[in-house]
Each structure stands twice: as structure tokens, then as C-alpha cells.
Write a protein that binds this ligand. Structure first.
Ligand SMILES: [Zn+2]
Length: 297
């Protein structure tokens, strides 16, 4: 059983190796999951504990394929795992999240029916999962996570969410869509998330736009570009994912339009008439802030 003492993880197969790549104090709101795209947990730990002229990276935990955990910084200190990122109205997620790097090579290349990592190591077919990333694109081979890793990730997520009252468990791919695709489709993120937070992505709810127009964006925040023209009042949407301030929605009807809208401007389908929202403030926009950290993956 794992537990946390003075912001450090305590339990079997847990070690601590402090990284110099840390920021100031952290009050975590989210847990963010990553893959290392590396060759081993040891090499990733070494890399995340090194200062580099090309840009320093780190995370709170590295989770090996055998379930072993190395902690690199206490949970109340900022680490550098998210890069330019946004989630639910917040930007620069290093300042708001605990990061876990899972030892996994990521997307693989297929050559003559054999699968290789980007560093040219062949991966046995038993460790390959073919899937389409939820951001789209073709079906590709991905490095599978081990059962020990998935079990340990679930235990860590339950522990951290309970200890720090975290609002959600997200992937790097959620906070940096288009730039990042980790932890990727080989990791059961939706299942872990619904188990840990009690939210289910399977519960779809219809809502309507109550502002005169409402921007629909590529991600959960006013910094993300619109995916289409603003939705007019009365547009019916299907809520796919619920955040504290932003929802991921699909526009009802024959289109494939999907994006993020501010929750405050969605109402029940049978909303009484006359309930309007000032069109001059179509979104509760957070002040744009950019993280200067070089992204790692
Ligand atoms: Zn990442």
C-alpha cells in the first residue's frame, strides 16, 4: 500500500532521487499523465535529473514497466512536464498539476510487419497495440503499457486525488492537443479517470447555447483557436466531457463538429425564454499566460 508523508510517496518499490529541475511551491489541482518516449525508466530518470542547455524537463514521478516508482520532487513543488498547455481555463499546467511519466516508447514505426521505436528498438508484437488516437489520424502501432504499470497508475491516481483533492486526471494530450499525444490510446485513461473521479464519459447530456453567440474552441480555454464559426443561441449540443469551467461538446445534428465551450453559457434544453447572458463577455477568459518552458513530449 502506498501512502504520502510530507509530500513524499512511501511504499514498496518506491525510491526518491531529487531533480534540480524544479520551480516554486505547487498547490496541485490536476494529475497529468505522460509517456516518456524513452528506452527505460532508468534513462528517463537520468534525463529528468539533468540540466540541459536545450531546456530542462522533469516530473514528480517516473513509473517503470515493472511498477517501480522513482519520485523526483515532492508533490508541493512545481516540476516541468507540461510545457505550453491549458486546461479548463488555466494555462501553464506545470503550475497546477502533478506529473507522472510512464516508461513507454509511444507511437511505433512499422517496417515490413515489424514494429520499432523511434530509437530503433524492435518491440515484440505482444507489446504492440494498434489504435487510432482520439485526436484523429490513421490507425498506428503503439507501445503497450504493462499490467503492473496500469495497476500502479490507478493506485497513484486514487491516492493523489484523495490526498490533494484533485479536480481531474488528464493526459498531456488533453492539455496540449495537436502538440502532444501522450499517454496515447494504449493507456486506458478514460476508464482510470471515471473510476478515480466518479465521472463517466459515457453519460451524454443535451444542452443548449444561452448566449447570443458562443465560441467553440479547440481546447478548454479562451487561448485555444475556434474550430468553427460561433454557435448561435439555441444551438443544441451533446456534452462529451465535463470540466469545472469548460465542456467538450458535439454539435447535435448531422455535423461532426466537436470542440470546447464555456459551461456558463449552456442551459437545459427546455430553458425558459428571456434568460440571456451579456454577449459582450462571451467567455470567462483567463489572462493569457505563456509558459516559457521547452516542451519535452
Ligand atoms: Zn508528456
Amino acid at each position: 500500500m502506498l501512502h504520502i508523508d510530507k509530500h513524499r510517496l512511501v511504499g514498496d518499490e518506491v525510491t526518491f532521487r531529487g531533480t534540480p529541475n524544479i520551480g516554486g511551491p505547487l498547490t496541485p489541482r490536476y494529475l497529468m499523465l505522460h509517456y516518456t518516449a524513452g528506452s527505460s525508466a532508468e534513462s528517463s530518470v537520468a534525463s529528468l535529473c539533468t540540466r540541459k542547455p536545450s531546456g530542462n524537463a522533469s516530473a514528480h514521478l517516473v513509473l517503470g514497466r515493472d511498477g517501480r516508482i522513482v519520485q523526483l520532487a515532492p508533490f508541493n513543488v512545481v516540476t516541468w512536464h507540461a510545457g505550453v498547455s491549458a486546461w479548463d481555463g488555466l494555462t501553464g499546467l506545470n503550475q497546477h498539476s502533478i506529473g507522472i511519466e510512464m516508461d513507454n516508447a509511444g507511437v511505433l514505426d512499422e517496417i515490413g510487419g515489424r514494429c520499432f521505436t523511434w530509437f530503433r528498438k524492435e518491440i515484440d508484437t505482444a507489446e504492440v497495440q494498434r489504435a487510432v488516437h482520439r485526436h484523429g489520424g490513421p490507425q498506428r502501432p503503439w507501445h503497450a503499457y504493462t499490467g503492473a504499470q496500469i495497476e500502479r497508475a490507478l493506485e497513484l491516481a486514487e491516492l493523489l486525488v484523495a490526498r490533494y483533492g484533485l479536480l481531474d486526471v488528464i493526459g498531456h494530450e488533453d492539455a496540449a492537443p495537436g502538440r502532444k499525444c501522450d499517454p496515447g490510446p494504449a493507456f486506458p485513461l478514460a476508464a482510470l479517470r471515471s473510476r478515480v473521479t466518479g465521472r463517466s464519459d459515457g453519460l451524454l447530456e443535451h444542452r443548449v447555447v444561452t448566449a447570443s453567440t458562443l465560441n467553440i474552441r479547440r481546447g478548454p480555454g479562451a487561448d485555444f483557436e475556434p474550430v468553427a464559426a460561433p454557435l448561435p443561441r439555441g444551438t443544441e449540443v451533446l456534452v462529451l466531457e465535463i470540466g469545472a469551467r469548460w465542456n467538450r461538446v458535439e454539435v447535435a445534428g448531422p455535423t461532426d463538429l466537436e470542440g470546447w465551450v464555456a459551461n456558463a453559457f449552456l442551459g437545459p434544453v427546455a430553458a425558459p425564454r428571456g434568460r440571456e447572458v451579456a454577449a459582450s463577455a462571451p467567455e470567462p477568459a483567463a489572462a493569457p499566460r505563456k509558459s516559457g518552458r521547452k516542451p519535452r513530449h
